[in-house]
Design a protein around this ligand. Structure first.
Ligand code: GLU
Length: 400
């Protein structure tokens, strides 16, 4: 007899979390490990946000809240969607969950029937396909290679649509590639969706504020208002406000779906943490000017990492538009032998070698659905990144 249900055989543990955990364990055991695995900004949560949380505790906001968010936070989210995305929502079109991850999970659980297809451009964030599988849906993976800067073309999207397609999951700037679609590129995709009224779009806008070189952000429901009724626009405070541990994500979308998502939440977590909701309210409605400095810091880090990785023998790295990831190809390292005699056969072997030989933790591309690549998170200081890239260069140079 096994305790474990059959549905668990469809999925694997999150590889991004696994790499982060492994790096922390090695560090605790005394190894000198640089973690480029976690998608987590190194900045502290700004004081004005922390103070709002302290105040909430002092005021006794420590009890259950309405299932899918306090009215105050929902109003701040409505104002945010209007201010940043020119999207209009009412309170009953807004949901708040325990991180963007739970919002995505609720949405898929609430809407996917067995056999429904969900189009996922690859490279994708590791959890999309597994969440679809848990919901008994079928992930339809569309490869988007470095040749097209990791973007899905209109023709790729058109070819992936069938009568069973329920959703397209769209993520820009992208985890893991950093690819940021322009408004015109999004328009090309939304034009395809207009031709297929049964296909809905779920956007993961988590990296909205992290766009470089003056890039202008756009999200599908804003680019094509005719898709408003078919779009769930998901966002969160984790990345933009360095609030990963607070676990607050949110979405705006069709009432019927929002209500169904609340039904699931009412039977699982009841509500997102009351104190985190107060903090997220402050994050979204407080002074946003600090973001400029953070974006400048990330841009400098991206430039350093891209140039140093491109100097490493066997690696090729595209300079992406946003987020805090790069997704270099390690094709030039495959078939080579490490100093201890192991042949590097794939990106998993390559990242294992980086960790063992040089103590650098990164995530293998296979986890994100496109090999041979690996993901580097550059959400750490310039000094640490310089050291990490020097080690990667040394590891590559040692391959024969
Ligand atoms: N989204 C982050 C990452 O990709 C956090 C870990 C996770 O939830 O996957 O690293």
């Amino acid at each position: 007899m096994s305790f474990v249900a059959d549905r668990l055989s469809r999925i694997k543990p999150s590889p991004t979390i696994a790499v982060t955990t492994k790096a922390a364990e090695l560090r605790a055991a005394g190894r000198d490990v640089i973690g480029l695995g976690a998608g987590e900004p190194d900045f502290d949560t700004p004081d004005f946000i922390k103070n709002a949380a302290k105040k909430a505790m002092d005021e006794g906001k420590t009890k259950y809240t309405p299932v899918d968010g306090t009215p105050e936070l929902k109003d701040a989210i409505i104002a945010k969607f209007k201010r940043d995305n020119d999207l209009d929502y009412a309170r009953d079109q807004i949901t708040v969950g325990t991180g963007g991850k739970q919002v995505l999970y609720n949405a898929l659980m609430a809407s996917v029937n067995p056999g429904d297809e969900v189009i996922i451009p690859a490279p994708y964030w590791v959890s999309y396909p597994d969440m679809v599988l848990l919901a008994e849906g079928t992930p339809v993976i569309v490869p988007c290679t470095a040749d097209n800067n990791f973007r899905m073309s209109a023709a790729d999207l058109e070819a992936a649509i069938t009568p069973k397609t329920k959703w397209l999951i769209f993520n820009s700037p992208s985890n893991p590639t950093g690819a940021g679609y322009t408004k015109d590129e999004i328009k090309a995709l939304t034009d395809v969706l207009l031709k297929h009224p049964h296909v809905n779009v779920m956007t993961d806008d988590m990296y909205e504020h992290l766009l470089y070189d003056g890039g202008v952000y756009a999200t599908p429901a804003q680019v094509e208002p005719k898709l408003y009724d078919r779009t769930l626009t998901i966002n969160g405070v984790s990345k933009s406000y360095s609030m990963t541990g607070w676990r607050i994500g949110y979405a705006g979308g069709p009432k019927e779906l929002i209500k169904a998502m609340a039904k699931i939440q009412s039977q699982s977590t009841s509500n997102p943490c009351s104190i985190s909701q107060a903090a997220a309210h402050e994050a979204l409605s407080g002074d946003q000017s600090f973001l400029k400095e953070w974006v400048a810091a990330f841009q400098e880090r991206r430039d350093l990492v891209v140039s140093m990785l491109n100097e490493a023998e066997g690696l090729e790295c595209i300079k992406p538009e946003g987020a805090f990831y790069v997704y270099p190809s390690c094709a030039g390292c495959l078939g080579k032998t490490t100093p201890d005699g192991t042949v590097i056969q794939n990106d998993q072997d390559f990242v294992t070698y980086l960790l063992e030989a040089e103590g650098v933790a990164a995530v293998h591309g296979e986890a994100f659905g496109l090999s041979p690549h690996f993901r580097v998170s550059y959400a750490t200081s310039l000094d640490v990144l310089k050291e990490a890239c020097t080690r990667i260069q040394r590891a590559c140079a040692a391959l024969k």
